[in-house]
Structures are given as structure tokens and as C-alpha cells.
Design a protein around this ligand. Structure first.
Ligand code: FMN
Length: 181
């Protein structure tokens, strides 16, 4: 099972539009991904007691990470980093099985010039620390307001090509590691 993680809970976020585009690419390659959208996290997941006692409403989100034979993390750039909501969600994941030996690849989305290089570098450090298997080809979407319109259409052919190339490569990477998408 391939899981796409939409890494922010900001209403109306552009990251989710990119996730929809990536989902369509994988479907065209014969794989039907499932999505974990942090905007859909139940409010009770944010109560301090959730670290120790996970609310039942959170479990479907955790399950879609635990069952992922491949994980695509799509993160925006917030203050030169990845969103606090994404870190919080990662901190709620069962340890160590959630990320250990989990194949993962990254896509960054930013309004600015740097296309979320910094958040992806930070995430790589975190996922390496947790012994995930990192697929090396990243996609950085800079100046996302110019590249993605309000309906979520991707206007830049080059970004489209990079996303498709990453998806094809990630599926090969999964096959090489004996993981069925
Ligand atoms: C709290 C916050 C901080 C942000 N910080 C940055 C930043 O450091 N660099 C940048 O390029 N864009 C920054 N942005 C703009 C986002 O990159 C922009 O909103 C983009 O659409 C991706 O985020 P989204 O998925 O929430 O839409 C920030 C946005 C928010 C909401």
C-alpha cells in the first residue's frame, strides 16, 4: 500500500493540491494510493493525553502509515522548516515500527524561492534517525502560487515531469526492496 502524507493542517493549503496531483500520477501508473491528510486529524488528537492514550479516532491515520509499503511525504515550508503539525503527527506514531525500514520519498512545496529544501533536509535527518529507507530523488516546488492555480492545476510542465519521474523511480525502488505498492 502506498500512502501519501499531506504534511499540513492549514485550511486551503496548496500542499493538498500537490498531493491530489501526485495521487493521479500514481493511479496512471496502476497504483491506488491512500492519503493521510493532516487537515482531517480529529481535534482530540491534539489533546496532551494523546501521547500516552491515542484516541480511537486517530487510529485510522496511524494505520495508514503502519500499513504503508511506501510513504510519500509532501511538506510545505513554514518558517524555514516543516510544519509543527507534521512533527506532532510523527511524534504520535508508534515507535519504532512506524518508520523503521519504511521506504519514503519527499516532495516540497513553498511560496518562496527555495522550494522547501530546508524542510526536506530536516525531514531526511529525522527519517534517517528513525532508520527509514530514503529514496534519493526529491521534488522541490518553488513559487508554488505561480505554478499551481486555485483549482489545483499544475501549470509547469517541468514540475509535472519531475513528479512523474519521481513516482516511476519510487515504484522501482519499492520493487527492488521487495515492497509491493
Ligand atoms: C506559518 C507559515 C509560514 C511560512 N513560512 C514560509 C517560509 O519560510 N518560506 C516559504 O517559502 N514560504 C513560507 N510560507 C508560505 C508557504 O510556503 C505557502 O503557504 C505555500 O502555499 C505552501 O504552504 P501550504 O501548503 O500551507 O499552502 C509560510 C506559510 C505559513 C502559513
Amino acid at each position: 500500500m502506498l500512502t501519501l502524507l499531506s504534511g499540513t493542517n492549514r485550511p486551503g493549503n496548496t500542499t493538498r493540491k500537490v498531493v491530489a496531483h501526485v495521487e493521479a500520477i500514481y493511479r496512471s501508473l496502476g497504483v491506488t494510493p491512500v492519503i493521510v491528510d493532516l487537515l482531517e486529524l480529529p481535534l482530540e488528537a491534539f489533546t496532551p493525553g494523546s501521547y500516552a492514550n491515542k484516541p480511537a479516532s486517530l487510529q485510522p491515520f496511524l494505520d495508514r502509515i503502519l500499513a504503508a509499503t511506501g510513504l510519500v511525504v509532501v511538506t510545505p515550508e513554514y518558517n524555514g522548516g516543516f510544519p509543527g503539525a507534521l512533527k506532532y503527527f510523527i511524534d504520535l506514531l508508534p515507535f519504532p515500527q512506524s518508520l523503521q525500514a519504511r521506504p519514503v520519498c519527499f516532495i516540497g512545496v513553498a511560496a518562496g524561492e527555495w522550494g522547501a529544501i530546508r524542510p526536506i533536509e530536516q525531514l531526511q535527518g529525522l527519517f534517517l534517525y528513525r532508520n527509514a529507507w530514503l529514496y534519493p530523488e526529491k521534488v522541490y516546488i518553488r513559487q508554488c502560487m505561480k505554478v499551481i492555480d486555485s483549482d489545483g492545476n499544475l501549470l509547469d510542465e517541468e514540475i509535472s515531469k519531475r513528479l512523474r519521474s519521481q513516482a516511476e523511480g519510487f515504484l522501482r525502488f519499492l520493487a527492488q526492496h521487495g515492497c509491493k505498492a
